[in-house]
Design a protein around this ligand. Structure first.
Ligand code: HEM
Length: 488
């Protein structure tokens, strides 16, 4: 209902029934389409897709006014029949609707991943960064596999105290299959059942009901992902040989009594989302780092010069060195700004109708913060498409706190803001500084000695990655190689 007959926010004119579906064609990154619309219509735009209202906010002011100050009604998630019901992924904090269960799971997660707890994971970040160095030393051509393994390793260790295998690990397999199914289902329009929920009653044997088979497989994988490692911790607790980890600590805090089972379920869900929320995102950021280093050799040289001066030839950097390595910190910030992992963050939905600047925002509207637009504003970040860590630094090389920090937009907003952001930044710093200290990343060459061209292109989707590219990764010196081997 719109009792005041207020207008909707501006936006491209919708057609009858299909609305603005033709204004957001598949195959073009949505954030580029919304950038053009923001330049035309302003920082709040409205679209209608088959009757579903979508609002895109393209300024920190509008985001702050709605997603922060009115977060009580701007913090839910769109409901997907495929994901919530058929794939049985309703346990996932990231897609859970706003309410009591979300609050409890989020609290359990936040308790052990918030910024104040971050320091206790530094040793694990270093341990995993070293393992990554050894893997790229052995098979640099498998860089993309190694980036995935790196974050799987650190999250499984921190969350469950589990040391994953170097190859063919079953926990990684279940998690990766779940994430792949999630990413497919998150693509708007991928499954018709999300537009016509009644299709969920079609049996899996019915011709054309491929989505039911996809859903059954995803459900099996996601249950294994969230249950199996949790069972390992419980069994270890039972036999008295629990490894220190987030799940063990949370379980220890639960008093015995009638609510124990319910509390354990909250912990199981909070732990399950760590891998799903933390792996693909951090993987994408690290792949962007390798892309940037291939394309911007002068940045790499400056970073290596700072590492030589501050760390020297006899050891590897750790997160404790962060304050002495402003150029590396600036690289980490620029990685998160340059090629955003989630250019439109993750959509929120409104749980009540609202009025803003004289516009009507209906209940159930999907609201997106345009992080990409904010972090590519040329007035704030000159030459926004260039990779320039210097933009975050004073002339003397120290960090300039007056420049907008990418964390203002790259980790989402309001009550749903990424609760793993401190963990992600420490983890990225550890691996980026260690790689720069020991390896040179350059263009790869083909068999005829020609440089293989690299374009700074990214994929479309909720999580965006650099498109596959070739690069050469070699130890900086025999001493650097020896240092990597010595971490074994
Ligand atoms: C570079 C790395 C990362 C980026 C860019 C990133 C980005 C985001 C964004 C944009 C959101 C949605 C926020 C919103 O709805 O407004 C989010 C949610 C979330 N992230 Fe991250 N994230 C990263 C790493 C991590 C890590 C390492 C973890 C876990 C250790 C994690 C756990 C989560 C969880 C659990 C949520 C769901 C929160 C909720 O819906 O209440 N993320 N992240």
């Amino acid at each position: 209902s719109n009792p005041g007959k207020l207008p909707l926010p501006p936006g491209p004119k919708p057609l009858p029934i299909i609305g603005n579906i033709r204004d957001i064609p598949l195959g073009v990154p949505q954030w580029e389409l919304y950038e053009a619309m923001a330049l035309k219509y302003g920082d709040i735009i409205h679209l209608n897709v088959l009757g579903q209202s979508i609002v895109v906010l393209s300024s920190l002011e509008a985001i702050n006014d709605l997603l922060e100050k009115r977060s009580a009604i701007y913090s839910s998630r769109p409901r997907s029949t495929m994901m919530h019901e058929l794939m049985g992924m309703g346990w996932s904090l990231a897609i859970m609707e706003y309410g009591e269960e979300w609050r409890r799971v989020r609290k359990a997660f936040h308790q052990h991943f918030n910024a104040n707890e971050a320091d206790q994971y530094h040793d694990i970040h270093v341990y995993c960064a070293h393992s990554f160095l050894r893997r790229i030393l052995r098979t640099p051509e498998d860089l993309f596999t190694h980036t995935r393994h790196l974050f799987a390793k650190s999250i499984m260790k921190v969350t469950y105290g589990i040391d994953v295998k170097e190859e063919n690990d079953p926990f990684i397999f279940h998690a990766e299959q779940t994430i792949a199914a999630f990413n497919t289902a998150a693509r708007p329009g991928r499954y018709l059942v999300d537009l016509m929920p009644v299709l969920k009653y079609i049996p899996s044997w019915f011709p054309g009901a491929r989505f039911q088979k996809d859903a059954l497989y995803a459900k099996d994988m996601s249950q294994k992902m969230v249950n199996n490692p949790f069972i390992v911790v419980k069994e270890r607790e039972h036999s008295g040989d629990a490894e220190p980890c987030v799940v063990a600590r949370l379980l220890d805090e639960v008093p015995d009594g009638p609510r124990r089972e319910e509390e354990e379920d909250i912990i199981r869900k909070a732990a399950g989302i760590a891998y799903a929320g933390g792996s693909d995102t951090t993987v994408s950021a690290l792949q962007s780092f390798f892309l940037a280093m291939t394309l911007y050799p002068s940045v790499q040289l400056k970073a290596q010069a700072q590492l030589e001066t501050v760390i020297g030839p006899n050891r590897l950097p750790t997160p404790a060195d962060m304050q002495d390595l402003p150029y590396i910190v600036a690289i980490t910030k620029e990685v998160l700004r340059w090629k955003l992992v989630t250019p439109l963050a993750v959509p929120h939905t409104t749980t009540e109708s609202d009025e803003y600047r004289g516009y009507f925002i209906p209940k159930g509207t999907i609201v997106m913060g345009n992080s990409y637009f904010i972090l590519h504003d040329p007035a704030v970040f000159p030459d926004p498409h260039e990779f320039k860590p210097e933009r975050f630094l004073h002339e003397d090389g120290s960090l300039n706190p007056d420049v907008l920090d990418p964390t203002a937009a790259c980790f989402g907003f309001g009550r749903r803001i990424c609760p793993g952001r401190a963990f992600a930044q420490d983890s990225l710093f550890s691996v980026i500084s260690s790689v720069l200290h020991t390896f040179n990343i350059t263009h790869a060459h083909d068999l005829d000695g020609n440089k293989i061209p690299v374009l700074p292109e990214v994929t479309d989707g909720l999580i965006s990655y650099p498109k596959p590219f070739a690069c050469s990764i070699k130890p900086r010196s025999a001493a650097a190689e020896a240092m990597v081997r010595s971490t074994e």
